[in-house]
Write a protein that binds this ligand. Structure first.
Ligand code: C2E
Ligand code: CA
Ligand code: CA
Length: 756
């Protein structure tokens, strides 16, 4: 019997060791394994107890405990398997039910000594010793049913999993399937055919090792390894792993990246061999670097990361390369950089980048004298409106192509936006005629000779090299401003006076709002008289009574306001002053005298003129016929039909409409035909002293006659001398305005004049 005990001691030690080890793992499975092993340990002790029995009664108890042990072994094994396949044992194996079943069976089998229903023991001799051999009783099956039920269930479960699971997971179940079947077969053989000693108990030691090894070590590690390999095959990052000097792994990405068919091809891949001796990787330190190479005629950008693998004592074990293909990122980066620095339509430098490059050029070529040119196409917005965006784009691209073709490496050029181009070029290379000719050629709309585009060029000579290029462009633009609207003068050279003028204009614009509020902008009145010098009315002319600069004439600010789109603000203010005055006169009983106000052609862009004036006369409660409206011929340039219609509506509303500066435009007679104006004011220039006095007088006479025939009243402006008056009277003019009678005077002075 000592042999039995002796032979079981290693088994017990193994079981103890693995029970203890399993308990140290922090995974769930390990806890269940520990329980299975503890049950196995218990069974081993019962087997020893069996061997030590000296009476049949003791043997009954020993066998009883042994069978009870198998109950709980199976119970825990089943629970382990459920956890192992990833399910919750409390759901799939009701604890209470199985505790009742196995608890009852344990009591039943352990109390066999009293009822002897399950088994019996027979005294036999074995190797000269007396042992008690087990013999199954009539009701032994009662104990066997739950046990074999569970065994069957576990085998079915494992079989099912081995069939169902994908390849790499099957391995998880084979060892346990084999183990259970082997132990059961062995146990059944011992029980029913073999010796009294259950040799399957020895299998427990083996089983414990297997259980521990497969459930906790080998399979998890293998799974991790295989899953990592799969994951790394799917990763975009390339991976090459060397164990000492041998390549043990390459993933799919790196093989595609380096154009290798198989893992072996790494030896032929020169990409790494250029930088590393692959046989002696242990001599390199960790490094990250980028590299380009050509694969199938395509330039590939790689980011290579080399890292040593060392054990805890810094002994070299191997190394790995992690490689990223940066080709696309770099291409995107370059594309983005291009987009950020270039104009989309023309591909030229954009504004910011032009500044940067021009500044660089000025800095680098310190001996070269430079000119900065800016160009502007007059009425370019109209091109888009009239001929479509496509035509506009074609012109811009043509300019860009020409710049590319004509400019050398010593020139920087770009598109600053819209139709503005700029270039910085050495002074010696600049030829005015050439540039003018080129700009004319380029800005021609095909098949549209009737819409000539004019390009204005502003030139700034780079005298102050440290000035920001943006400021140089502003100066070139200032030069353009001085020739804007001119057709013959298309190039202008910046000078300091231009800047002063612009600064003055800016100051004026800045002061406008305050001036309106403080009524610094006010009206002067210039009388209009009849042949008997009786004052019929007056023209309201704006004056800026500046607190510092005195009375500023409109010539100094009207064009500035018009250019900057604020003239309407000023005009409405003046019209209100005129209305207020008319109201004052009306309240004083003076209902005959009228005031003419000027309407700038620009006002048409800002207001509905009709709405403005009708609501003004309503607001001030004045007679519309006393507020005369002076339009100029240029107002009709935009849309003559619309103007005709407006004049008709103003008439209907009771206003008197005057055509100012008549004869100064190009199509005056035409206008007279179409526009139903009440008054024309002859352009002052007809009265100016000239060598062709006779011709002027003839024209005046003709036009006055014509107007009278058309029923239009004529006002002659700019009357300065007695002779002029008598001439005008002789040709039938009835209303006069000019210095001969009075200069424009303040309202107070005008009222005093009327009193006389
Ligand atoms: P305009 O409408 O042709 O006004 C007549 C200009 O001729 C006035 O100049 C007036 O002072 C001047 N003038 C009058 N009689 C004589 C004369 O006998 N000899 C000479 N040489 N000149 C004479 P002013 O006041 O300097 O106005 C200049 C221009 O400014 C005006 O020309 C008009 O176009 C514009 N303007 C004046 N006030 C306003 C206004 O309130 N709004 C707008 N939009 N423009 C205005
Ligand atoms: Ca006028
Ligand atoms: Ca006038």
């Amino acid at each position: 019997m000592n042999i039995v005990i002796a032979s079981l001691i290693p088994v017990i030690i193994v079981l103890c060791y693995y029970t203890y080890k399993s308990n140290q793992y922090e995974v769930d499975t390990a806890r269940y394994i520990a329980k299975v092993l503890a049950a196995g340990l218990f069974i081993c002790f019962t087997v020893i107890f069996e061997g030590l029995c000296t009476t049949p009664e003791m043997s009954h108890v020993a066998y009883g405990l042994y069978f009870a042990g198998t109950d709980w072994l199976m119970y825990h094994l089943m629970r382990f398997l459920i956890v192992y396949i990833g399910k919750d044992p409390d759901i799939y194996m009701n604890k209470v039910v199985w505790w009742i079943i196995f608890g009852w069976d344990s009591v039943y089998i352990c109390s066999n000594v009293y009822h002897r229903l399950a088994f019996d023991v027979v005294e036999t001799a074995f190797n000269g010793l007396t042992i008690f051999k087990f013999e199954a009783g009539r009701y032994f099956f009662v104990h066997m049913i739950p046990i074999y039920g569970l065994i069957l269930a576990s085998i079915v479960l494992l079989l099912y999993k081995t069939v169902k699971e994908p390849g790499i997971f099957r391995k998880k179940y084979y060892p346990f399937l084999i183990l259970i079947v082997a132990i059961v077969l062995c146990n059944a053989y011992c029980m029913f055919f073999g010796t009294s000693l259950d040799i399957s108990v020895y299998g427990y030691a083996f089983g414990a090792i297997c259980l521990h090894y497969f459930a906790l070590i080998f399979i998890p590690k293998e799974l991790v390894g295989r899953t990592l390999a799969l994951a790394s095959d799917n990763s975009v990052e390339g991976l090459i792993i060397f164990s000492s000097s041998q390549c043990i792994y390459t993933n799919k990405s790196v093989r595609t990246m380096l154009g290798m068919e198989t893992e072996d091809a790494l030896r032929e891949s020169t990409v790494l061999m250029e930088d590393f001796d692959l046989q002696h990787l242990d001599q390199y330190d960790d490094i990250t670097y980028t590299k380009t190479f050509v694969l199938n005629d395509v330039k590939v950008y790689l980011k290579i990361f080399f890292k040593r693998i060392e054990d805890e004592k810094q002994r070299y074990l191997g190394s790995f390369f992690s490689i990223m293909d940066m080709t696309e990122e770099i291409a995107t980066l370059e594309r983005e950089r291009f987009q950020a620095t270039h104009d989309e339509l023309t591909g030229l430098f954009n504004r910011e980048y032009f500044y940067t490059r021009a500044e660089q050029m000025i800095r680098e070529k310190s001996d070269t004298e430079f000119l900065l040119l800016c160009s502007d196409i007059a009425r370019f917005k109209l091109v888009n409106d009239l001929f479509g965006q496509y035509t506009g784009d074609v012109i811009l691209k043509r300019i860009a192509d020409a710049l590319r073709a004509h400019c050398g490496r010593d020139t920087v050029y770009g598109r600053l936006g819209d139709d503005h181009f700029a270039l910085l070029l050495p002074k010696e290379r600049f030829q005015e005629e050439y540039f003018l000719h080129l700009s004319e050629e380029l800005t021609r709309i095909d098949n549209e000779a009737e819409f000539p585009l004019v390009t204005h060029v502003g030139v700034y000579e780079v005298t102050n090299r440290s000035m920001p290029v943006s400021a140089m462009c502003d100066r070139a633009d200032m030069a353009i401003m001085t020739v804007k609207g001119e057709f013959t003068n298309r190039i202008a050279y910046y000078n300091e006076g231009m800047r002063q003028a612009v600064l003055r204009e800016q100051a004026m614009l800045g002061e406008l709002d305050g001036a309106l509020e403080n009524e610094e902008l006010t009206i002067y009145l210039q009388p209009q008289v009849d042949a008997n010098r009786r004052i019929l009315g007056a023209e309201a002319l704006v004056r800026w009574v500046h607190p510092g600069k005195g009375v500023i004439p409109p010539a100094d600010f009207i064009s500035v306001f018009e250019k900057n789109g604020v003239i309407a603000k000023m005009d409405i203010h003046i019209w209100r002053l005129a209305c207020r005055l008319l109201r004052k006169w009306q309240d004083a009983g003076e209902t005959e005298r009228y005031i003419s106000v000027n309407i700038s052609p620009n006002d048409f862009f800002f207001f509905d003129i009709f709405d403005q004036f009708t609501s003004l006369v309503r607001e001030y409660g004045i007679n519309p016929s006393k507020l005369r409206l002076e339009l100029t011929e240029t107002a009709a340039m935009g849309d003559p039909e619309k103007l005709t219609c407006l004049i008709d509506r103003l008439h209907e509303a009771g206003f008197v409409v005057e055509m100012d500066d008549f004869g100064s435009g190009y199509s005056s007679l035409n206008l007279l035909k179409d526009m139903n104006v009440d008054v024309i004011k002859m352009d002052m220039r007809f009265l100016e002293k000239t060598d062709h006095l006779k011709r002027s007088e003839t024209i005046l006479e003709f036009m006055i006659n014509l107007s009278k025939k058309l029923g239009v009243e004529v006002v002659c402006e700019g009357v300065e001398t007695e002779e002029q008056v008598s001439f005008l009277r002789s040709v039938g003019c009835e209303v006069f305005q000019g210095y001969f009678y009075s200069e424009p005077v303040s309202v107070q002075a005008f009222e005093a004049l009327v009193e006389q």
